[in-house]
Design a protein. Structure first.
Length: 153
């Protein structure tokens, strides 16, 4: 057998054909959802938890550790969270539920992005066992700083 050839003794055609649909489905789902680049402080654990939730929603996520989020993307100061993501050309600030990110990208709304200001307990990535979730709002924001409620939890 030559170099680079795959022996059918190592992997059966049936196994290969069984794996192919799963690989294609994963690639199609990631492409349909898109990619996300998450900018976060290197020591932020809840940011990593949020990124993992975004991955489960079908996004291909890249984490970028930076120490000064304020200088990366312009987000009105009253909307700041603990991380900033860029998804489908939108700015996602803080612990926005991944389903809301998906909805925004699919609907292609004319906004700059979505934000969950602060770090409300119970928002995605901020769950604390034994502590009741706080109510919070997901705000859609424009480049001029105007906001409107996108979802309430």
């Amino acid at each position: 057998m030559g170099e680079g050839e795959i022996s059918m003794e190592r992997i059966s055609r049936r196994t290969l054909m069984g794996l192919l649909p799963m690989a294609v489905l994963a690639a199609v789902r990631a492409d349909a959802q898109g990619t996300a680049v998450v900018y976060k402080d290197p020591s932020c654990g809840c940011c990593t938890k949020w990124a993992d939730l975004l991955r489960r929603e079908g996004f291909a996520v890249t984490l970028k550790n930076i120490t000064d989020l304020d200088q990366k993307y312009i987000v009105p100061s009253n909307l700041h969270g603990c991380h900033t993501a860029i998804v489908g050309g939108y700015i996602i600030e803080g612990h926005v539920p991944p389903a809301d990110v998906t909805r925004l990208v699919k609907q292609k709304l004319a906004v700059a992005g979505l934000a969950v200001p602060g770090m409300p307990i119970g928002s995605p990535g901020m769950e604390v066992q034994g502590v009741a979730p706080q109510p919070y709002k997901v705000l859609a924001f424009m480049r001029d700083g105007k906001t409107r409620v996108f979802a309430s939890y």
